[in-house]
Design a protein around this ligand. Structure first.
Ligand code: AHR
Length: 532
């Protein structure tokens, strides 16, 4: 268990013990929650990289979603759509993982640079043509337009260490090598910053069906030879190397984590890793069959129950990591997570198109809260995927664009980026539907970089409002402001024609004698800031 999780659980137990003494009324009886926050007990930093995004060459994730081409009638800057850039800037996206996913282990970077692009295929995702028009330089241009860092996954499955090493040289050297000159000729004399390097993707499956031992041999070679030469990244801001990690909790993945972490424990001067990736989708059962819209409370409660399994999965793999890395030097990077539903009827099943509803907003908040509670080990996460694919922030259709409920949760949570975790004690209460029981409320708090105390509270219950009493231990509250996100139905969505069905609205809280009271609407996510 992580320090934060232990701390949180302890606080929760104290809270529950107090309930046992009858001092706090049960949330179940009165739909009332007491939340106690002691800002003097600050914990780990909530790494801004847990709000990372993922853009794969898959369906319209990139083509049409980011890239429309310089000659498009859709307003763009050097081929990158302006409306999407404006929307993403508001999220303060810390990093974008690219070019995949499964696509990364078939990507050959030279096809995507220079004036003449190779036209290739995308066998993983619909077998469609890959025009390679958005390649390395365009991706980096996109990042500079939205103000984000690069998380580049190199091809371990079908590429070579030499190919990956040359790609990194192309991107990062400041010396006048042939590759540096090629980059300059392609319009970028200055070296690029590569914040994260993914050493393969799901190498236990689409990345080459490797055994853990075979992967570890490959990982060492890539870690050694795929160097970052950017002078600005030699001492500070060093590139973080992320090894492939588990894709679930089954024995084959505990063995995988064991093998990689055991190797790490014995690593020598010649290789290193800084992170272990973990992938976990909220899917229910494979193949994905839950509808992404037009569902009711049963599917709402089932999916949210599945999503809460993220906490157990992190606990499981963190415990293995703790054995080999008690100082928590290696971060757990949940670089693929989110809801994965049945493809929208009529869409290309290889394009992973789904709707995004209020349920996804609640799901996103619950997962971000889990990551924050594990802030000492989980120092990165990338929701899958940014645009038009799976649990997207943004959907586009030619010139049209709409922001999803998940987008608004990420926007509301921006103050938690690099904020300091503050433990919260509360009696969550229970929401029950049929044979599913879930904690009714969930909450996190953090001290923001702006000096304010930030609290995110989710009311999972789709039927009952919750009265919250926030008790700020030893401090008062001078001013409070906040926003809440809810909608008429659990499956409410934003569409191109009705984009404002699920958008945040102001929420008011009353401050009195160190306590705040506020009402949470059913099925809502709220974020408030408190000036102390
Ligand atoms: O996000 C879609 C796919 O899911 C990714 O390409 C792969 O890594 C995972 O299986």
């Amino acid at each position: 268990m992580t320090q934060n999780a232990a701390c949180f659980k302890r606080s929760l137990l104290v809270g529950l013990a107090v309930i046992g003494l009858g001092l706090i009324p049960s949330a179940t009886a009165a739909e009332r929650v007491e939340v106690s926050i002691d800002a003097s007990k600050a914990g780990a930093k909530i790494d801004r990289n847990i709000f990372g995004q993922f853009a794969e060459h898959l369906g319209h994730g990139i083509d049409g979603g980011i890239w429309v081409g310089r000659d498009s009638t859709i307003p763009n800057t050097r081929g990158i759509r302006n409306d999407v850039v404006t929307a993403l800037k508001a999220l303060k996206v810390p990093n974008v993982r690219w070019p995949g996913g499964c696509f990364a282990d078939e990507y050959h970077w030279r096809k995507g640079i220079g004036p003449q692009r190779a036209v290739s295929l995308n066998p993983n995702w619909g077998g469609v043509i890959e025009p390679n028009t958005l390649g390395t330089d365009e991706f980096m241009d996109f990042l500079s337009q939205i103000g984000s860092d690069a998380y580049v996954s190199v091809n371990v499955g079908s590429g070579t260490p030499q190919e990956a090493a040359e790609w990194l040289e192309y991107m990062t050297t400041a010396q006048p090598t042939t590759l540096e000159k090629e980059r300059a000729a392609n319009g970028h004399p200055a070296p690029y910053k590569i914040a994260f390097l993914g050493i393969g993707n799901e190498s236990w499956d689409c990345g080459g069906n490797m055994t853990p031992d075979y992967y570890v041999s490959q990982m060492k070679i890539y870690s050694r030879f795929v160097r970052n030469f950017n002078p600005a990244q030699q001492d500070k801001d060093q590139m973080q190397k992320i090894a492939v990690g588990p894709g679930g909790g089954e024995p084959r993945w505990t063995e995988w984590t064991e093998t990689v972490m055991k190797a790490y424990q014995q690593h020598t001067w010649s290789w290193d890793i800084n992170g272990l990736s973990m992938h976990s989708y909220t899917v229910g059962h494979w193949p994905p069959s839950y509808a992404s819209s037009g569902f009711g409370e049963t599917e709402y409660s089932q999916i949210l129950k599945f999503t809460l399994e993220m906490d157990d999965l992190i606990n499981k793999h963190s415990a293995i990591m703790d054995k080999y890395d008690p100082q928590k030097k290696v971060a757990l990077i949940v670089d693929e997570w989110g809801a994965w539903y049945a493809p929208l009827p009529g869409s290309n099943p290889g394009f992973l198109v789904q709707q995004n509803s209020l349920r996804d907003a609640v799901l996103a908040a619950l997962n971000l809260n889990i990551f924050a509670r594990h802030a000492d080990r989980v120092r990165g996460a990338n929701i899958a995927q940014m645009i038009n694919v799976l649990q997207a922030m943004i959907m586009t259709d030619r010139e049209k664009m709409v922001l999803t409920p998940t987008y608004y949760v990420f926007k509301m949570y921006t103050p938690f980026q690099d904020a300091t975790f503050v433990p919260v004690a509360f009696n969550s209460g229970t929401y029950t539907h049929g044979d599913i029981s879930l904690p009714r409320t969930d909450a996190i708090a953090a001290k923001g970089k702006d000096g304010k105390l930030w609290v995110a509270i989710t009311n999972v219950d789709p039927n009952e409002a919750v009265d919250v009493e926030l008790n700020l231990v030893d401090t008062g509250a001078k001013a409070v402001s906040g926003e809440t996100l809810t909608a008429p139905k659990v499956d409410s969505i934003n569409t191109f024609d009705a984009p404002n069905t699920v958008v945040p609205k102001p929420i008011s809280a009353k401050a009195q004698g160190g306590k705040l009271t506020l009402k949470l609407e059913p099925k809502s996510v709220s974020v408030i800031s408190i000036e102390q």
